[in-house]
Design a protein around this ligand. Structure first.
Ligand code: FE2
Length: 326
C-alpha cells in the first residue's frame, strides 16, 4: 500500500511516500527561507502554494511511481500555522477527489513519534520533541500520546531563531549558535525556567540579549543559552521517563540535530540505564514521510475521514488523537 503524505505546518513544505513496511520511497523537503526578518505565516503559505505541485511530482519521480500508484493521501492537520496548514490540506483534498482515494489528516507531533518508532527500533519511548514551533515531552500512557511537559511560551527553536536575529546571526540561527557555543568558556547567569513539568524560554532570550548589551562575548552567550535550555529539556524529559517508567528516549524536531543537546540527553539516558534514539536527519526535521507513515498506520487501523472532517486544527493537541493503531 502506497501512502503519499504532505507536511505543511510551518516553514517546511514536504512530500513523502511510504509503503506498508515504512520503506521511505521519497521524502522531498522544501523549506521556506524568509529574505529577511522572521517567518510570516502568509509568506510561508505562498511559498508552499507555489511549490506543492512540483514537490509532489518530484516525490513521485524519486519513488519511480505515478499518481495512479498512490492508495492513500495524508496531510498534516495540525498543530501549526493556519495559512500553511490550509495549503497542505487543500493539496491533499485535491488529490483525494481527483484520484478517488481515501484522505487522512494526521497530528504532526504524533507523526514525529511514529516515524521514530518505525525507523530507529525503539518500542515505547518518551519523545523529546524540540523544534521551532513545538517543544513537548510526549509519551504513550493509558491509550493516548500524552504531553508530560511543554513550553509555556515559545518553542526552543523559535527562541534560538529570535535570539539569532537579535544578535545579528541571521535567520534559522540554531546551527550558528551551536557553532559559537563550542568556543564558549564562561557559564553566564540566565534564568532557569522549569515550572512543574513545563518550561518557558522567552525570558531566557531577553536575558541573553541583555548580556550582549553588557559586553559579554557571543561565544559565552551562545554556550550559556544552550547549557541552560538543554538542561531544562533534559530535566523534564528525565522526570517524564521516571514518572511513566520508560527506558527509551526518542528525539525529534529540528533542535534534535544539535549535538550538545544529544550529548546531554544521551548522558541522562545512560545514567538511568535507558537508551536514546535519534531518527536520520531528514526524518527528524519536519518532513512528508512521517505524515505518510502515520496516515498509513491510521488508515490500516480502520480510520476513515470524509472531506468535511479534514478541516485543519491550528491547536491540534497530541492527546486529542485516538490511537487506534497500537
Ligand atoms: Fe515538527
Amino acid at each position: 500500500m502506497i501512502t503519499l503524505g504532505i507536511e505543511g505546518t510551518a516553514h517546511t513544505l514536504g512530500v513523502g511516500i511510504t509503503d506498508e513496511k515504512c520503506s521511505v520511497l521519497a521524502n522531498v523537503i522544501d523549506m521556506y527561507r524568509p529574505p529577511e526578518g522572521g517567518l510570516h505565516p502568509r509568506e510561508a503559505a505562498n511559498h508552499h502554494a507555489d511549490t506543492v505541485a512540483a514537490t509532489i511530482s518530484k516525490a513521485l519521480s524519486d519513488a519511480n511511481l505515478s499518481l495512479d500508484d498512490v492508495d492513500v493521501v495524508s496531510f498534516s492537520k495540525g498543530p501549526g500555522l493556519g495559512p500553511c496548514l490550509r495549503v497542505a490540506a487543500t493539496a491533499a483534498r485535491a488529490l483525494s477527489v481527483r484520484l478517488g482515494i481515501p484522505i487522512i489528516g494526521v497530528n504532526h507531533c504524533v507523526a514525529h513519534v511514529e516515524i521514530g518508532n518505525a525507523t530507529t527500533g525503539c518500542k515505547d519511548p518518551v519523545l523529546l520533541y524540540a523544534s521551532g514551533g513545538n517543544t513537548q515531552v510526549i509519551a504513550f500512557a493509558n491509550g493516548k500520546y500524552r504531553i508530560f511537559g511543554e513550553t509555556l511560551d515559545i518553542g526552543i527553536g523559535n527562541m534560538l531563531d529570535k535570539l539569532g536575529r537579535e544578535l545579528g546571526l541571521g535567520y534559522y540561527a540554531g546551527p550558528t549558535i551551536e557553532k559559537l557555543a563550542k568556543e564558549g568558556k564562561e557559564l553566564l547567569d540566565l534564568p532557569y525556567s522549569v515550572k512543574g513539568m513545563d518550561m518557558a524560554f522567552s525570558g531566557i532570550m531577553t536575558a541573553a540579549v541583555s548580556l550582549k548589551k553588557k559586553g559579554h562575548k557571543l561565544n559565552d552567550i551562545a554556550y550559556s543559552v544552550q547549557e541552560t535550555c538543554f538542561a531544562m529539556l533534559a530535566e523534564v524529559t528525565e522526570r517524564a521517563m521516571a514518572h511513566v517508567g520508560k527506558d527509551e528516549v526518542l528525539m525529534g524536531g529540528g533542535v534534535a540535530q544539535n549535538s550538545r543537546l544529544r550529548d546531554m540527553i544521551s548522558e541522562m539516558a545512560s545514567e538511568r540505564n535507558a537508551k536514546m534514539f535519534v531518527p536520520p536527519p531528514r526524518l527528524c526535521i519536519d518532513n512528508g514521510a512521517m505524515i505518510a507513515w502515520l496516515g498509513h498506520l491510521m488508515y490500516d487501523s480502520g480510520v476513515r475521514m470524509s472531506i468535511d472532517e479534514t478541516k485543519v486544527e491550528q491547536r491540534f493537541r497530541t492527546d486529542e488523537v485516538d490511537v487506534t493503531w497500537r
